[in-house]
Design a protein around this ligand. Structure first.
Ligand code: UDP
Length: 376
């Protein structure tokens, strides 16, 4: 008899949500994590009474009622509408690309005027592509030019994207930019989803609630004693890097990492919004997060005399760093395909999450997958 039904490697959102479902179904779970804490990149730390998103901002958004009910059954969510702002050469532009952005960019007043501007620039992009004999965008640059034209691309997309991904936009896949909405209404809500929010009291309450009832070991690396961990349970849920799981046998996949510089400032309100993206190439960081705006009302922001901000610097992942984003270009996706074929042949192992599925996942679709997995 093995001691556990499931060994769950990694206590991030995938691992902890799976643990909740398995535990609720009467299964015994052991969750191990190599970090000294649970929660993966959702981890928050309280600084000056403010919940700081230690591994980058997480805003939950979904139109899937079952997913929304699932997270709210663990901890109630407080409504938060993400409305980030872009900073480019001393001027601010609203995001996502909407009538406010177009007014700031061109001084246009009506949706028809904005459309006419974009159409004009889109026509240039179409003509350039036709000249090369292509009808579908081959890369992020062509996709962006088709979506919003050259002005928005040059000021709000190119520099930010090349900093974030460390590659020219001509070498990045088009789908990345399709995440961003383009709207001809005055609406700065970044997401199109019906429900959007942050757990009351921070994300640790969500992951702690998901992990309740499981045995947990932190500071434990699966790969340090693989045989022992593989023998401890009937099945494994693996949420780490899929290439590492298979001993990098086809070669390493590429990831991006993020370095965070966090400071406490002696002012109640530094930037007036949770996220400001610095879209020019010359500024070394991609964005500044001001954490208090995620959870505090306008009144509370000013009642709390200090603020905590984090600058994010993006770079290529190397061994020993935390992997954050998979680089889903053609080369890496093909390599992932080879690992996926091995993973599919593993009957007793479930691979899930950003690193194990090598996918640029948001939280809600990841939970959709967890909810769809049959618990044996
Ligand atoms: N993006 C951009 N300018 C911005 C914000 C986003 O060009 O001001 C692009 C960039 O390529 C990024 C993609 O849109 O990788 C998706 O952005 P999102 O905000 O969804 O990224 P995340 O929050 O997941 O890092």
């Amino acid at each position: 008899m093995k001691k556990y039904d499931y060994l769950i490697v990694g206590s991030g959102l995938f691992g902890s949500a799976f643990a909740r479902r398995a535990t609720d179904a009467g299964r015994r779970c052991l969750v191990i994590d190599k970090r000294p804490h649970t929660g993966g990149n959702l981890r928050c730390e309280s600084i000056e009474g403010i919940n700081v998103h230690c591994y980058g901002p997480h805003i939950f958004h979904t139109s899937d009622r079952e997913v929304w009910d699932f997270v709210n059954s663990i901890v109630p969510f407080r409504s938060f509408i993400n409305a980030p702002v872009a900073f480019y050469k001393g001027r601010l532009y609203n995001l996502p690309f909407n009538m406010n952005t177009f007014t700031q960019m061109w001084g246009v007043i009506t949706p028809d005027q904005a459309r006419a501007r974009i159409e004009e620039q889109r026509a240039e992009a179409v003509a350039a592509m036709q000249a090369e004999g292509v009808s579908e965008p081959r890369n992020l640059e062509e996709q962006a030019l088709l979506l919003v034209g050259r002005d928005v691309y040059q000021k709000l997309i190119k520099g930010y994207t090349e900093k974030q991904w460390g590659r020219p936009c001509t070498e990045l896949p088009p789908f990345i930019i399709r995440r961003l909405p383009v709207r001809f209404v005055f609406d700065n809500n970044y997401f199109n989803d019906i429900w959007q929010g942050i757990p009351e009291g921070g994300y640790n309450r969500l992951t702690d609630g998901l992990l309740k009832g499981s045995d947990i070991l932190t500071g434990v690396d699966f790969f340090d004693d693989r045989q022992k961990w593989e023998a401890i349970a009937d099945r494994i849920v693996f949420t780490g890097k899929i290439d590492e799981y298979f001993g990098y046998r086809f070669g390493p996949l590429q990831y991006r990492t993020v370095r965070f510089e966090t400071e406490v400032l002696d002012t109640p309100n530094h930037q007036g919004v949770a996220i400001v993206n610095y879209t020019e190439r010359e500024v070394p960081f991609t964005r500044i997060i001001e954490h208090k705006h995620f959870e505090m009302s306008h009144q509370d922001v000013h009642a709390c005399p200090k603020t905590v901000i984090t600058k994010e610097f993006s770079s290529e992942w190397k061994d020993g760093m935390e992997p954050f984003y998979p680089v889903n270009d053609e080369k890496n996706n093909a390599l992932y395909g080879q690992y996926k074929a091995l993973a599919d042949a593993q009957e007793k192992v479930i691979f899930g999450g950003r690193l194990a599925e090598y996918r640029y996942y948001d939280m809600a679709p990841l939970l959709r997958r967890v909810l769809d997995i049959p618990i044996d």
